[in-house]
Design a protein around this ligand. Sequence first.
Ligand code: 6PG
Length: 224
Amino acid sequence: MQITRWKVFSTVAELRDAAINALLDSANVAIAVRGRFDLVLAGGTTPREIYHALCSKKADWEHWHIWYGDERCLPADNPERNSKMAQDVWLNHVPIPNQQTHSMLTELGAKAAVTNYNQLLNGVGDFDLVLLGMGEDGHTASLFPGHVWEDAAPTIAVSNAPKPPADRVSLSASRLSQARQVLFIVTGNNKRDAVQQWRNGAVLPVTAITPKAGVDVFADEAAT
Ligand code: 6PG
C-alpha cells in the first residue's frame, strides 16, 4: 500500500523551486549523516529545468552518487538518452567524480545493461532520494501498465514499451521503493487522467512504488 502525500503548486516554476530545495536538503542530510548522497534520476522532459538549475547551486558534489531509474536503448550520445540529457544540462557542469555517475549501458543492448547495472547495485543499500516522473498512462521510470514491474534482480529489460524507444531498461518497482525518500514530479494537463486514477486508487506503475516513508508527489494545478 502506498502512502501518498500530494503537494499542488500553482505554477511549474514554484514546483521546480520546491523540488530543487527538497533535493538539496536531502543531499545535505544524507552527506551529514552517511557521508554520501545516492540519488536516482528521472528521465523524460519534466526534470530538465530542475537539473539545469542545479548547476548554479552550492552543494558537496564530491559526495553525490548518481543512478538512473531507467534508460532508453540508444547510442550513448543520442539526445533522447536520459543520461545524455542529464549530462548536457547538469552533470557535465558540476564536479561529481566520474566514477560516481552510474549510467545504464543501454548502448550495449538491454541484456548487457541489465547485467552491468545489477552488478553495480550489488551491495548498494537504500537510495537517499529517488526522483520519478509519470507518463500519461501512469507509467513511471520504464515500468508500463500491462508489463512486468518486478524481477528477481533489481534491474529489468523492457521491450515493446508504448513510449518510444520500445527497448529500455528500468529499475524494478521494489528497487525504486528501496529508498529513504521518493519524489514524483508531475506537470501538465496531459497527466490529469492518470493523476485522477492514481488518486482514485487504481493499480498503476506509479502506485507500485511503496517506500516505507511513503512518496511525495509534487504536481502543478494543470495536472490536478
Ligand atoms: C522516460 C522516463 C519516463 C518519464 C515519463 C514522464 O525515460 O521516458 O523515465 O518514465 O519520466 O514518461 O516523461 P515527461 O517528463 O517527458 O512527461
